[in-house]
Design a protein around this ligand. Structure first.
Ligand code: FEO
Ligand code: CA
Ligand code: CA
Ligand code: CA
Length: 573
């Protein structure tokens, strides 16, 4: 059992039980309140939220967007500014007047386009808790329509040129912004994940280019952008989806700045971007590609980071590598270069998955967030689950479309892995920029009640009192405690009996002990976390609740960021 708040120790909270209800639970001695909900105004010009209409289309880019995800807090002078992702939309809720959320007009499509992307907002703590500083000069919405600059090896490539942008250096919008990252020079990194879902065509005769397959780009989409906005029709603009799937850098201190798509970090279904400075000063960015059987990546800058120096090329000029995990507990970062892949630099940046397949990377169980320990030279990645691992279909080992075989191996040790695991690696010579590492599994999630004495019971640090499935969001606090968020099955039945709703836990990297800190509302995923500048508030994202959270019965569910504090106002990480 854990210790109560105020009793000190590594876990300064009494763990919470599982929940199956429609709200948030935190430990005794802690409180939570909503900071921002989908539809809350960032500007006084925005129309007030309406539970009948899901808000006005015209002001959808003046409000807090839908489906909150990765976030970071920036201290700018004495202002606290949060940059936060809006991963995707739930059209049946956002467009309640339509037939099951199918957009029926260009206006419907524009509303969805504006509800996604990123919010940059100033926040402040007053007598009634934390809130958005409406009309702050830092407030900004970045959407599917915002002008972006393209930089790095693919900038200007023929692969990225379109009729509207014959230079291949300027695009519109950032898509499916999932996890995030923060650079030491004060910028926000937003990561484009399932970008494929926005591009399609109504032209049945159009033959999809071969490279689409590996990224899952198909003719029919749920959002129907292609029907009302020709930019998203791949028969008209076959290069448009090649301009998405990147890490995008945003300067939260300047609301008029142009976001930059950093193609040197590769085009994959980016989860997050965990930045660490190597011992020689080079910038290292760890990145997962969240798809069954895809890979884990690392970027290392050519130049070193000098505080106060020029940082404009640090994410443009460097080497992208992909991980091979050997069964003996060692591993290697394999560089993706024209020499190793036989592909040109722009092709590696745009067709990164195909490049990685040429060097012998290890197929993983869906790499989600990477977190780098601030007090030890090690990093962690959530491998959320992979129910097709080791599955043979029609006499063939399963792959991602056009990818590599998902044979069971030591780092992905379970067939039809429904629970997930967290891998940890220790760079050789304590150098995050190096090419060799050792690895182990920090935990294997499982169900020790349903599955006794098998790998599906989970690792020894998983027990009846702390079990969960599908680790996803993950971040260290400044003390080196690892916070883990889940995005899994919340049926509380069968293999998942006793695991309840999605949750947030804390893990001790030294002892392996795991304790549950929070449970989310039914149907929600707990994703995204950051801290106030004084570390007395923990901000946590609640995405796609399936209960009328947080406004109550009869109201639309609204994805929200909540603020968690201790009643004694002590530090929370
Ligand atoms: Fe958007 Fe892989 O989670
Ligand atoms: Ca995620
Ligand atoms: Ca997930
Ligand atoms: Ca999600």
């Amino acid at each position: 059992a854990g210790q109560g708040a105020g009793q000190g120790g590594r876990f300064a909270f009494k763990p919470v039980a599982i929940a199956t209800d429609g709200t948030v639970h935190v430990p005794e001695g802690y409180t939570w309140k909503v900071l921002a909900r989908w539809g809350d105004p960032l500007f006084s010009s925005a129309a007030p939220f309406s539970h009948e209409t899901g808000g006005e289309a015209a002001s959808a880019d003046q409000v807090f967007g839908e489906n909150t995800d990765g976030m970071e807090l920036f201290l700018i002078g004495n202002r606290q500014v949060i940059a936060v992702n809006h991963e995707y939309v739930n059209p049946e809720i956002n467009l309640p007047k339509t037939d099951k959320g199918t957009p029926a007009s260009a206006e419907d499509v524009m509303k969805l386009q504006k509800l996604q992307g990123v919010t940059v907002m100033e926040v402040a703590e007053g007598e009634n808790g934390w809130g958005i500083v409406v009309d702050s000069p830092f407030n900004r919405r970045i959407t599917h329509l915002t002008p972006m600059k393209i930089s790095g090896p693919a900038a200007g490539s023929d692969l990225l040129k379109t009729e509207a942008d014959p230079t291949g250096t300027q695009s519109l919008g950032t898509f499916n912004n999932c996890g995030a990252g923060k650079t030491p020079w004060g910028t926000y990194l937003t990561c484009e994940e399932n970008f494929n879902g926005y591009f399609g065509t109504t032209d049945a005769a159009f033959k999809l280019p071969d490279d689409y397959k590996r990224y899952g780009i198909v003719a029919e989409t749920r959002y129907a952008y292609e029907k009302f906005d020709p930019r998203f029709d791949v028969a008209k603009n076959p290069n448009e989806p090649r301009r998405a799937g990147y890490v995008v850098e945003i300067d939260p201190s300047d609301a008029s700045s142009t976001p930059v798509k950093r193609t040197a970090l590769g085009r994959i279904k980016h989860e997050n971007a965990a930045v660490v400075i190597a011992r020689d000063g080079r910038v290292v960015v760890y990145m997962g590609d969240d798809e069954r059987g895809e890979f884990l990546y690392k970027y290392v800058s050519n130049d070193v980071y000098v505080p106060g120096g020029d940082t404009s090329k640090l994410l443009d000029e460097g080497v992208l590598s992909v991980a091979r995990f050997s069964d003996d507990g060692t591993g290697e970062w394999l560089a993706l270069t024209p020499e190793t892949t036989g592909m040109a630099a722009d092709e590696i940046a745009v067709f990164t998955r195909q490049a990685a397949s040429r060097v012998g990377a290890t197929t993983m169980d869906r790499p989600e967030w990477v977190a780098v320990n601030p007090v030890a030279i090690e990093a962690y990645c959530c491998l959320t689950n992979n129910t097709r691992r080791g599955e043979v279909k029609d006499g063939k080992m399963r792959t991602n479309a056009g990818g590599d075989e998902m044979t069971v191996n030591a780092v992905n040790p379970r067939e039809k892995n429904q629970y997930g695991q967290i891998v940890r690696w220790y760079p050789d010579q304590e150098d995050h920029a190096g090419t060799a590492f050792r690895w182990d599994l920090f935990l294997m999630a499982g169900n020790p009640v349903v599955h006794k004495d098998s790998a599906y019971a989970g690792s020894p640090n998983i027990n009846e009192g702390n079990m969960f499935n599908s680790p996803d969001g993950m971040m260290f606090d400044t003390t080196g405690l690892l916070w883990i968020q889940t995005d899994g099955e919340d049926t509380n039945e069968g293999d998942f009996a006793g695991q309840g709703n999605n949750q947030m836990l804390a893990g001790d990297p030294v002892t392996g002990r795991i304790e549950r800190f929070l449970t989310g509302p039914k149907g929600s995923e707990v994703t995204g976390l950051t801290w106030s500048a004084d570390r007395r508030t923990l901000f946590v994202g609640i995405q796609h609740p399936d209960a009328p959270f947080p406004d109550g019965e009869g109201k639309l569910p609204r994805s929200s960021v909540i603020a968690i504090k201790r009643q004694d106002n002590a530090l929370v990480g």
